[in-house]
Design a protein around this ligand. Structure first.
Ligand SMILES: [Mg+2]
Length: 259
């Protein structure tokens, strides 16, 4: 019998790379299902909602219930709707994140001087003008959140600046750090995942390719952690890292060895 009742699985670098399913990961997912372990997919991508990953994985024969998917976008939307109801959010972020926030009844404002909350995220349209606006909003001392901490995002042929790079610019201009990051590895994200799974952290396994988000989330929340080597982290990074996984797997395909 396995010790685990639930598993939190990262997506990019763990299940897929770009549009492609990583080799044999369906075996790992089926091993979890066969062991009676509830799985939750949790991506730090702040531009996608819960429906996206089901559609992405279905052609590969993997069933994904949208109720079993969280992203830093959906977690941010739920958090802001719950903790800042009827407050206006000034967003630096992608238009799909904007739609996810609006769907969760989060009120947005384009006017930084009337904002009650600032949310920073990945935005390809980020400019001197938006940085200036974020400074105006943050000068008022209002709550400042970020969707996720990822400084770069791996893409075909290299990497692009992510939310973390934009937050760093906002932080430098305003002279203040975000009050919280809402996606992985925050306790807000861990609680959202455990609530969705109705699981005990001590009986929950986290699998992901990033030490500073996936493994850090699990370690802080008292879960068991497994790093996969199919993404951004290699064995040298693990030795140098400040966070250590409980297990290292070549791939999610090998997760059965932990059950
Ligand atoms: Mg990943």
């Amino acid at each position: 019998m396995t010790d685990y009742e639930a598993a939190i699985l990262d997506v990019d670098g763990t299940i897929v790379r770009g549009e492609e399913l990583l080799a044999n990961v369906a075996d790992g997912l089926h091993a979890l299902d066969d062991a009676g372990i509830d799985r939750l997919l949790f991506s730090n991508n702040p531009t996608r909602g819960s429906d996206y990953y089901g559609a992405k994985l279905e052609p590969h024969g993997i069933d994904v219930d949208p109720q079993s998917v969280l992203t830093s976008a959906t977690v941010s939307a739920a958090y802001l709707a719950r903790t800042h109801p009827n407050e206006r959010v000034y967003l630096i972020g992608n238009e799909r994140l904007e739609a996810i926030l609006e769907e969760a009844a989060v009120e947005l404002t384009a006017d930084p001087t009337t904002a009650d909350v600032v949310l920073g995220s990945f935005d390809r349209g980020f400019s001197y003008g938006t940085l200036q606006e974020s400074l105006q909003a943050l000068e008022n001392g209002i709550p400042f959140y970020g969707t996720d901490p990822d400084v770069t995002i791996p893409v075909d042929g290299g990497q692009i600046p992510g939310t973390g790079a934009i937050l760093a610019a906002m932080e430098a201009a305003a002279g203040r750090e975000p009050d919280a990051i809402l996606g992985k590895p925050s306790s807000i994200a861990a609680t959202a995942a455990l609530d969705r799974l109705e699981a005990d952290p001590e009986r929950t396994l986290v699998v992901g390719d990033r030490l500073d988000t996936d493994i850090a989330l699990g370690e802080r929340a008292g879960m068991t952690t497994a790093l996969v080597l199919t993404g951004v982290t290699d064995r040298t990074d693990i030795e140098a890292g400040s966070v250590q996984p409980d297990y290292v797997l070549e791939s999610l395909a090998d997760v059965e060895t932990l059950l």
